[in-house]
Design a binder for this molecule. Structure first.
Ligand code: FES
Ligand code: FE2
Length: 313
């Protein structure tokens, strides 16, 4: 029998293997308002470290933080003349990740590159796609457009759980009543599982829920209760196996802006109620019953989700 290291055991348990990397999803990396052309942000995400900054045109750039020369942390560097400059020997990289300058004048090796993630800004968040090219849509909130929504984006900090396990909440209709104490809702007849998302609608005359899972790390929903619309997005990015950073977006139609703080409070409460359970779990796909059928479909969807490991991650 071979040696099972704690790392490989943990990786298997959390469906994260060193060979396949993290899921090919859009991940929130930072609040868009924290991004600037002057400061290079550093973030420990996806089992590695990335930098984030704005280029001369104001576009967001997310790249590997490890310098290919000796491995210095590029987030300790700066953006000079539109290029990311390493703090150690001042190698400089363009927004595509190519090394464009070595101050000593040495020939620039063709391998002197840093990985550059596809990026987007939406709902007040900076998103990076874990892959060379994005092959799925940005997470969206059903029924909501940024232009007509009054919204607030925020960070929840480090969470001691996997994002994909937290997202299973979105199709765990039993826990809404048992853990959150909400009135018995209407369980959708079916959930639509497509390649990189899951969507469902349920409700009655008084209550409507339109939910969407994007990738394996974002759950968003439009709730209409007694004629009042609420928009919520819960997202996260893995730091490594068993740990993640949480983000959220709360929203209401622009003409009802005074209700935003109420939606925010409701999201805070839901998150606080979920937190101790998620943090304390030893997750397993245990004994599922008929009421867990949507959860079972979600677990199958996660099993088939492709991964990606950036070069030199
Ligand atoms: S470690 Fe970055 S330039 Fe030397
Ligand atoms: Fe929950």
């Amino acid at each position: 029998m071979g040696v099972v290291t704690s790392r490989s055991a943990l990786s298997r348990q959390h469906q994260v293997s060193a060979e396949t990397g993290f899921h090919r999803c859009w991940y929130p990396i930072a609040l868009a308002r924290d991004l600037s052309a002057e400061v290079v942000l550093g973030r420990d995400v996806l089992g590695t470290r990335v930098v984030a900054y704005r280029d001369r045109q104001g576009r967001a750039v997310v790249q590997s933080a490890w310098c290919p020369h000796l491995g210095a942390d590029l987030s300790l560097g700066c953006v000079a003349d539109g290029h990311l400059r390493c703090p150690y020997h001042h190698w400089s990289f363009d927004t595509a990740g190519t090394c464009v300058r070595i101050p000593s004048g040495d020939k620039i090796p063709s391998a002197a590159r840093i990985f550059t993630y596809p990026t987007a800004e939406a709902w007040g968040l900076l998103w990076a796609f874990n892959g060379e090219q994005a092959d799925c849509d940005l997470p969206r909130i059903p029924g909501a457009e940024e232009a007509t929504t009054c919204f607030e984006a925020g960070e929840r900090g480090r969470r001691d759980w996997e994002t994909w396990i937290a997202v299973s909440n979105g199709v765990d209709f039993q826990h809404l009543r048992t853990l959150h104490g909400l009135p018995a809702g209407v369980v959708p007849e079916r959930i639509e599982v497509e390649g990189t998302g899951i969507e469902f609608r349920t409700g009655n005359d008084y209550y409507l829920q339109h939910g969407r899972i994007s990738g394996t790390n974002t759950f968003a929903q439009h709730l209409r209760v007694g004629g009042n619309d609420m928009f919520m997005m819960f997202s996260g990015v893995p730091i490594g196996p068993g740990a993640s950073m949480g983000y959220f977006v709360a929203g209401v139609p622009k003409e009802q802006a005074d209700r935003l703080s109420g939606v925010r409070k409701m999201m805070d409460q839901l998150s606080e109620e979920d937190a101790p359970v998620l943090a304390g779990m030893r997750f397993r796909r245990g004994i599922l019953t008929a009421s867990d059928r949507h959860l079972a479909a979600y677990f199958k969807y996660v099993d088939g989700f492709p991964g990606f490991l950036p070069p030199q991650a």
